[in-house]
Design a protein around this ligand. Structure first.
Ligand SMILES: Nc1ncnc2c1ncn2[C@@H]1O[C@H](COP(=O)(O)OP(=O)(O)O)[C@@H](O)[C@H]1O
Ligand SMILES: N[C@@H](CCC(=O)OP(=O)(O)O)C(=O)O
Length: 371
């Protein structure tokens, strides 16, 4: 067994994600020392000529003190306000820490829609590429201040995996408060660290049900989802503890390595096929199902017989045929409520009855993947 994980050691473009639990002290507040330690490690990686995108949680944790709050707020509005205050504090802490290394940082705040809709996705991709070309370190977080319950990721694990696909990263390093994936939650008797995962089947029996820390949101479940998104897109993943960040990035045998299973340079559509949780279902007639299977056409409202679930425009939906089999997955061009009023109508009728805005595909051909 090789001592160095080449897929990580050789990675030229790396997305590093750090969770709230690793950025906070015992009091649950942002730890300046933790921010500086991470900045030291990332500056070292960049000095080797590698490019890094940092996805960092911690906005809510950083907002607790200025807002005079003892614990993470439960209601969405207060969480949004706290994140809005804390995000500035968080990025200021990183800016100062990276300035000591002569590294300029740029803040990028994303919502789930930015990762789903083609136009937003392309826009984000262009911004990342230019920041990296200019030698800037992009610092990413979810745009918590405007993300509603329906559309928010909530955890940053899946966001980090999607960012890794957007920037065509070679590797994704997830830093957390535990030194890898265990066969059961750490502390459980007999739980052992898993060194490498070659395929999802190997970890089918792993218990990830135990929640993470009070500040972290996703626990291990969202980390495994993130690993699945990235590895099926050809990106190797290491899950490791924050103190072992330097070793993890150097490819030393710390944490858990998830080997890439898919091809590199996949698009957001492969993510859609493999890992997206769909928010609803659009039932199509036999003709539309044939056209979709032949990858010949967008889905028009005329071919839709039923709409199920509650989805917003831009969210992933299953497209199923009259026999109930999933034909394709796509990003909906309209919300479920809108789709219900549009179903079965031709484009001309939609234009006449509902106006120009509705005279469009329900799912554009560029926004769907045949299953
Ligand atoms: N099988 C498992 N292996 C490792 N950790 C697990 C497992 N099941 C649950 N966990 C929990 O997941 C936690 C990490 O998730 P979380 O607190 O959300 O971290 P972060 O803030 O870094 O996203 C660990 O502290 C651990 O308690
Ligand atoms: N966007 C939120 C992060 C949410 C969160 O806690 O994520 P994580 O710690 O990665 O599970 C914040 O900055 O507070």
């Amino acid at each position: 067994m090789s001592e160095v994980r080449e897929s990580i050691a050789q990675a030229r473009r790396v997305v590093v994600k750090i969770g709230s639990s690793s950025l906070t002290g015992a009091d649950g507040r942002l730890s300046g020392a933790a921010v500086r330690r991470l900045a030291d490690v990332i500056a070292g990686v960049r000095a080797e000529g590698r490019q890094v995108v940092l996805v960092t949680s911690g906005a809510i944790a950083a907002g607790l003190s200025p807002m005079g709050l003892p614990t993470r707020p439960k209601d969405l509005a207060t969480a949004q306000a706290t994140a809005s205050v804390g995000q500035g504090v968080l990025v200021a802490a990183y800016s100062a820490a990276f300035e000591d290394h002569g590294v300029t940082v740029g803040q990028v705040l994303l919502t789930a829609v930015d990762m789903a809709r083609r136009s937003h996705y392309n826009n984000a991709q262009r911004a990342f590429n230019r920041l990296l070309d200019l030698g800037v370190l992009p610092i990413v977080n979810e745009n918590d201040a405007v993300a509603t319950d329906e559309i928010r990721f909530g955890d940053n694990d899946r966001l980090a995996a999607l960012v890794a696909t957007v920037v065509h990263a070679d590797a994704l390093v997830l830093l957390t408060d535990v030194d890898g994936l265990y066969t059961a939650a750490p502390g459980t008797e007999g739980a052992e660290r898993i060194d490498e995962v070659h395929s999802p089947d190997e970890i089918g029996g792993v218990d990830v049900s135990k929640r993470g820390s009070a500040l972290g949101t996703g626990g291990m479940i969202t980390k495994l989802e993130a690993a699945s998104i990235a590895t099926t897109s050809g990106i190797s993943v290491v899950l490791a503890s924050a103190p072992s960040a330097a070793d993890a990035l150097a490819g030393r045998r710390v944490g858990t390595l998830f080997h890439a299973t898919g091809k590199r340079d996949t698009t957001r559509l492969q993510w859609l096929a493999h890992a997206a949780r769909t928010r609803g279902t659009i039932v199509v007639d036999a003709g539309a199902a044939r056209a979709l299977r032949g990858r010949r056409a967008s889905l028009l409202a005329a071919g839709v017989t039923d709409v199920r679930g509650a989805f917003e425009a831009g969210e992933p939906v299953d497209l199923i045929g009259p026999d109930g089999t999933v034909v394709a997955r796509g990003f909906a061009g309209f919300s479920a409520d809108e789709a219900v009023t549009m179903k079965g109508l031709s484009t001309d009728v939609l234009r006449d009855r509902l106006g120009e805005h509705f005279a469009h595909e329900l799912v554009h051909i560029d926004d769907l993947v045949v299953m």
